[in-house]
Design a protein around this ligand. Structure first.
Ligand code: SAM
Length: 375
């Protein structure tokens, strides 16, 4: 399935336009910040080298038809006094232009990804479903991994006749479905540990128990066999091979109730966290943002730990406050940041994000006669 819209540019023309930009050198063991239009910068990077970036996170304009301002004391979106604010960036597009704008950048971004690379794109519920179709076309449906719901704010009392909106979405794609960086980062919290592990054994260790069986019947085999004189209850199967259950039992890790019901013991001091699911509740946006639409940096930190390695090269070509660049630096990754707003660049430069090479792309263009094109 393909998204068609008037004036959709062909991939060939996009690639041809990108080829007209002069290559700019970079390597995967340095960090860079570019001030300039990201189509031009991405083209120049790509013309120097492809397949270099392990993780891309982008949070582009969402087609909101708004301008985004920053005021002297605090970044916000629309409401600050007109006298006391400067425009950080504009998100005003015609719909088809917006699709062209984003699609051509996504095409280049895929080429820049390494063979084990991933892309996360932050988008909202109004436009995100169209972007999903564009991404399926560019990356292939097999390379789609998740549509993550991120709770972005506390409930609001909207005046309009509809449900309040407290979520946005993050689409996660990989370049190569058979081989991508995935570090199985777990969600670990010490909150509610007493609730999670309510029992205490004779040695004072906190623990809980979980059933030995799980929903779904297996017709034959070792998860449906007789174990300790029991079959799994109707409609269920043993959670593991019965030889594994037997090992747990021999090691004192099965608790038997008075009525003969076995449950597996899980100790709090061996708890390594739980699998992260696709609804993210704990990553609301900062109360005091450095920049409009400044994203939660703990969320970016987790994405980086999950989908890149130490020393990987990461990229955010809609860098804004530099939130992703900061999280990359804190995690000992290298980064490429791009933004065409001087306020964004000023904000990024004011942060402690280690050593990086700053390049004013427009000025190298002027000196070096590179074709300038605003994408
Ligand atoms: C939604 S904000 C990103 C916010 C960022 N994720 C953060 O946490 O601070 C989008 C950014 O994209 C930048 N931008 C928009 N169009 C661009 C373009 N063509 N080239 C480079 N940057 C662009 C804007 O200046 C803005 O800073």
């Amino acid at each position: 399935m393909i998204l068609e819209y008037p004036n959709k540019q062909s991939k060939e023309n996009i690639v041809k336009a990108a080829k007209m930009f002069k290559p700019i050198e970079y390597d995967s063991k340095h960090s860079y910040l570019y001030f300039g239009d990201n189509f031009s910068v991405l083209s120049s990077l790509l013309n120097y080298n492809s397949n270099t970036i392990d993780l891309i996170y982008i949070d582009p304009p969402f087609f909101t038809n708004n301008d985004f301002y920053i005021s002297k004391d605090r970044a916000n979106t629309i409401s600050s006094s007109k006298l006391d604010r400067e425009k950080a960036y504009s998100d005003k597009f015609n719909r088809n232009d917006y699709f062209n704008f984003l699609r051509k950048r996504l095409i280049l971004l895929r080429e820049l990804l390494s063979e084990q690379g991933s892309l996360y794109i932050h988008i909202d519920y109004k436009i995100g479903h169209y972007i999903k179709i564009l991404l399926d076309e560019i990356f292939g449906v097999d390379c789609f991994k998740n549509d993550i719901t991120r709770i972005k704010s506390n409930p609001k009392n909207f005046a309009r006749k509809a449900y309040g909106n407290i979520k946005d979405m993050i689409l996660f794609y990989v370049k190569n479905n058979n081989n991508y960086i995935w570090n199985e980062i777990k969600q670990y919290t010490l909150d509610n540990i007493d609730k999670k592990f309510p029992k205490v054994d004779s040695e004072g260790r906190r623990y809980t128990t979980v059933p030995c069986h799980a929903p779904g019947e297996t017709m034959a085999g070792k998860t449906n066999s007789l174990w300790q004189g029991l079959y799994p209850p109707k409609g269920r199967h043993w959670r593991m091979d019965i030889s594994e259950l037997e090992k747990l039992n021999n090691n004192g890790l099965i608790e038997w109730s008075r009525t003969g019901n076995p449950r597996i013991i899980k100790y709090a001091d061996e708890y390594k966290g739980s699998k992260i699911q696709d609804v993210w509740l704990d990553y609301k946006d900062p109360q005091y943002p450095l920049y409009p639409t400044h994203k939660n940096e703990d969320m970016l930190d987790m994405i980086i730990k999950q989908s890149s390695n130490k020393d990987s090269l990461l990229l955010d070509c809609f860098a804004g406050s530099g939130s992703f660049l900061n999280a990359a630096y804190k995690n000992e990754r290298y980064f490429i940041g791009i933004d065409n707003s001087d306020i964004a660049i000023k904000t990024i430069k004011s942060r402690d994000i280690g050593n990086y090479c700053f390049i004013d792309y427009n000025s190298i263009n002027n000196n070096d006669n590179i074709k300038v094109n605003n994408g």
